[in-house]
Design a protein around this ligand. Structure first.
Ligand code: PEP
Length: 257
């Protein structure tokens, strides 16, 4: 059985005091249910890099996992403004979101760079959450699947059989991110099924069955149940709603069947 993953992406929001307060409120809702939730799901939050130390402290003793929103692929060097995998590991970061559409479209990250970062995360035994997804234009012109499968293929370049099962894929249609428009559960399930099919073709049934595929794009406490109860939707990557403790907690408690 694949464990669901509910991952909160805080993007460029909050200051230390607000981040600590948010963690406290989330913990108050989630910690008492930790043993039950742990049976079939994991929970992660990804604060801005500079807030990682404060959030790591606030999460001490909790089962909530700590993620990063991005990282460089090198361990160290002359890369002004960047954060390396060992820096994240030093604060207990276990997961890293890579290739988020905001990184692709605002900061012009391409598949080759994202692939290097995925390889670096695996090398450092972190869990990469590799995002793929089509733009509104690509969606409207019927190219969604082509785009997603191309991003998937390129993002998985040089990733062998033993490593692919440690990757989490996040299908995030760009037109659904932060817009309040969500893919219908059926639309999302169709793309998730195709992603799993492509992994099956390349890596075989056992590995395809093990890889988790999250949906992201305006997930909230009202639509989460219908999305994560689909067989190929293994959780959610949540932006806006992860900044509100009560919404995020409700999403974490989603009905999954
Ligand atoms: C995201 O940031 O990955 C995201 C899906 O954002 P939102 O939930 O706000 O659409």
């Amino acid at each position: 059985m694949r464990r669901k993953l509910i991952a909160g992406n805080w993007k460029m929001h909050l200051l230390p005091a607000g981040a600590r307060a948010l963690v406290e409120r989330i913990r108050a809702e989630i910690d008492p249910l930790a043993a039950t939730l742990a049976k079939d799901r994991e929970v992660m939050v990804a604060p801005p890099a500079i807030l990682i130390p404060a959030v790591a402290q606030a999460l001490a003793g909790s089962s909530i996992l700590l993620g990063a929103q991005n990282m460089h692929y090198e361990d160290k060097g002359a890369f002004t403004g960047e954060v390396s995998p060992p820096m994240l590991l030093a604060y207990g970061v276990t997961h890293v979101i890579l290739g988020h559409s905001e990184r692709r479209h605002i900061f012009h990250e391409n598949d080759e760079l994202i692939n290097k970062k995925v390889l670096a995360a695996l090398h450092h035994r972190m869990t990469p959450i590799m995002c793929v997804g089509e733009t509104q234009d690509e969606h409207d012109s019927g190219r969604a699947l082509d785009v997603v499968l191309r991003q998937l293929q390129r993002g998985l370049e040089n990733i062998g059989d033993d490593h692919v099962i440690r990757i989490v894929i996040a299908y995030e249609p760009v037109w659904a991110i932060g817009t309040g428009r969500t893919a219908t559960p059926e639309q999302a399930e169709a793309i998730h099924g195709a992603i799993r099919g492509a992994i099956l073709e390349r890596y075989g049934r056992e590995r395809a069955d093990a890889v988790r595929i999250l949906y992201g794009g305006s997930v909230n406490d009202e639509n989460v149940d219908s999305l994560v109860s689909k067989p190929d939707i293994d959780g959610a990557l949540v932006g806006g709603a992860s900044l509100k403790a009560d919404s995020f907690a409700r999403i974490v408690k989603a009905r999954t069947r």
